[in-house]
Design a protein around this ligand. Structure first.
Ligand code: PMP
Length: 395
């Protein structure tokens, strides 16, 4: 606390990101990074190892042109995303990680408790305050959502997940100020079928409320019926899908996120960005990201490997008596048979394996474990066997 902080800063509860250790070499399964390297085309586009002219993207990205500002509209990247997802570039917004895109979306589409903050007369602002319905999201979900709500003073209701951690679709069809959740959800890894997403979007369209589906992990979903909502944006003007290159494109270090939705939603995001920072993506990020979204075959291949490893590890843990939530993501949410979440986290850390533990009601006994390479996951499995060993003998 500082006397120099304004009231807004004093009241914030900032997000705490997963540990990025620097002192010790861990098997790092704590922040859902992809264990495989980015496409060689990405590195080529950034470092100019692909000669200008041969590479469609980023000629001189890391060269003398760094003296120039990057393209504020992210045109080439948006065109590459539009081509990949079969939408128009005007239906694409790019930002500095999907965290930034999500923060902008909260600011653009969810009403603050204090009204719009515009030049409206006080009486009008008061009327807005009375009208601001809460935004809905699950009680167990990406923990940045309540932080953004706090930052922008957006009222919200965190709706309890079911006993099995499932999202109750009907809970999200009531009048409200908007809806946001990840599909697949985090940290559970459970996903809703596209049909459920669309019924929520349909219901909220009647309330003029925006539904944001955070598809950070959709590339890892292989359950029938679980699909990206992108092909439906033309029929659902209130549906915004948010994406990241951090996980499925192995580019957490480059900070690229994007949203796909109808042109009016995208324009709303641009209005927020251009009231904040015109150049959120630098030249290197723009070049690397455009190359990444244009190399689907490379990423389909590595992500299939992640999915296969996830399914193998899930089956192995279930067979050892762990409670494993069925995952459609690049992580699993697991409860040890005979250790508290805290004990299991500490025991794994001791063995050089870093996972994520959320000390939160209902999920404190679970660990979220990102899927690493097969070798890393074999080390994880044998550490689990050692940690639980004593109980296995007594069972
Ligand atoms: N959404 C969800 C559900 C996430 O788990 C994360 C990763 N922490 C993000 C968004 C943000 O990803 P990034 O900012 O790296 O694009």
């Amino acid at each position: 606390m500082s006397i120099y902080w304004n009231g807004r800063v004093q009241n914030l509860s900032p997000y705490v990101p997963g540990e990025q250790p620097r002192d010790r070499k861990f098997i790092k399964l704590n922040t859902n990074e992809n264990p495989y390297p980015p496409s060689p085309r990405v590195i080529g586009a950034i470092s100019n190892t692909i000669a200008a002219g041969k590479s469609a993207f980023g000629a001189e990205a890391a060269g003398a042109r760094l003296r120039l500002y990057p393209d504020p509209a992210c045109t080439e990247l948006r065109e590459a995303i539009a081509a990949r997802y079969k939408v128009k570039p005007e239906q694409v917004f790019a930002g500095n990680g999907s965290d930034e895109v999500l923060a902008f979306a909260f600011a653009a589409f969810f009403e603050s408790a204090a009204g719009t903050g515009s030049a409206a007369p006080d009486a009008a602002a008061g009327a807005n305050a009375a009208a601001a319905l809460p935004v809905l999201f699950p009680d167990i979900t990406y923990s940045f959502y309540p932080v953004y709500a706090g930052l922008w003073d957006v009222p919200f209701r965190a709706l309890p997940l079911g006993e099995d951690f499932s999202i109750g679709v009907d809970d999200y069809t009531i009048p409200c100020g908007g809806v946001i959740f990840p599909n697949p959800n985090a940290p559970t890894g459970l996903a809703l079928p596209l049909s459920s997403i669309l019924s929520i979007a349909e219901a909220q369209r009647k309330n003029n409320s925006v539904v944001i589906v955070d598809e950070a992990y959709i590339a890892f979903a292989n359950t029938p019926g679980v699909e990206s909502a992108v092909p439906c944006i033309n029929d659902h003007p209130n549906l915004l899908t948010v994406h990241t290159l951090s996980k499925s494109a192995s580019l957490a270090g480059l900070r690229i996120g994007f949203a796909i939705g109808n042109e009016e939603l995208i324009e709303g995001l641009c209005r927020i960005r251009d009231s904040f920072n015109s150049y959120t993506l630098d030249r290197l990020a723009l070049a690397g990201a455009a190359a990444a979204v244009s190399d689907a075959p490379y990423y389909d291949n590595i992500n299939r490997r992640v999915i296969a490893t996830r399914d193998r590890v899930s089956a192995a843990l279930s067979a050892q008596g762990f409670d494993v939530v069925p995952s459609s993501a690049n992580f699993i949410f697991v409860r040890f048979p005979n250790k508290t979440g805290e004990e299991a986290f500490a025991a794994l850390r001791e063995k050089g394996i870093l996972v994520r533990h959320f000390n939160k009601k209902r999920i404190a006994e679970y660990l979220r474990v990102s899927i690493g390479t097969d070798a890393e996951m074999d080390s994880f499995l044998s550490a689990c066997e050692k940690i639980t060993g004593a109980a296995n003998y007594t069972n």
